[in-house]
Design a protein around this ligand. Structure first.
Ligand code: CO
Length: 209
């Protein structure tokens, strides 16, 4: 990759925006009020804004390996808190993707050093759904299903947080579980039944508000 070229591209990008709207960057500098929090994988093929056709200012983004929303991860929990309580987003998208290297490594129990700790979150998802997953004979189908179930369980982790529970009750915050198919470019809505999941979450997770 040519880094000088990147800076030239940036200059062109600035000029293109200013040609269409001379106040473009002045307006951006005034602040942000995105409607969506997007949590996805760091994978270089899964570009959050580009695949959604979103413009700067529209989406608050957090990405990590295999879009994990770990309960004890201060980083993702701070992002969720800030987006929900301060930016008041109305939608949270959790987006996994087929052919996710993180999910693959978790499935194969590959020793990845320090990443083992992170991937264990996905191995927990496998354990929770092992009857369904082990019943799938075809390895690729099983791999794809684990990607989907990982999205579902990370959405459940969101529902465990007081911020999300509060916003869910007070303003009907909407959570979307999606998978991006790298092979076709398609975004697939998993149509997860969150009302059912919330009902099934034991009282242990539910905060008195
Ligand atoms: Co990935």
């Amino acid at each position: 990759m040519n880094f000088e070229k990147i800076l030239e591209e940036n200059q062109q990008w600035i000029e293109e925006h200013l040609r269409l709207d001379p106040n473009y960057f002045d307006d951006l500098a005034k602040g942000q009020s995105p409607d969506i929090l997007y949590i996805g994988c760091s994978d270089s093929r899964v570009t959050a804004e580009e695949m959604m056709g979103a413009r700067p200012g529209e989406v608050f983004v957090h990405r990590n390996i295999a879009n994990v929303i770990a309960n004890s991860d201060l980083n993702v929990m701070s992002v969720v808190n800030y987006a929900v309580q301060y930016l008041k987003v109305q939608h949270i998208v959790v987006c996994g993707h087929y052919y996710c290297g993180g999910v693959k490594a978790a499935m194969e129990s590959t020793d990845m050093g320090i990443i083992n700790l992170w991937l264990r979150n996905i191995q927990d998802v496998y354990r929770l759904h092992k009857d369904e997953l082990n019943a799938i004979a075809d390895e690729e189908t099983r791999y794809k299903r684990l990607v989907e179930l990982n999205v579902q369980e990370q959405c459940v982790n969101l529902l465990k947080t007081i911020d999300v529970q509060q916003a869910f009750r007070e303003r009907g915050l909407i959570i979307h579980g999606w998978v991006f198919d790298v092979k076709t470019g398609r975004l697939i809505d998993l149509k997860i039944d969150f009302a059912k999941i919330l009902k099934g979450l034991s009282d242990i997770y539910t905060y008195e508000l």
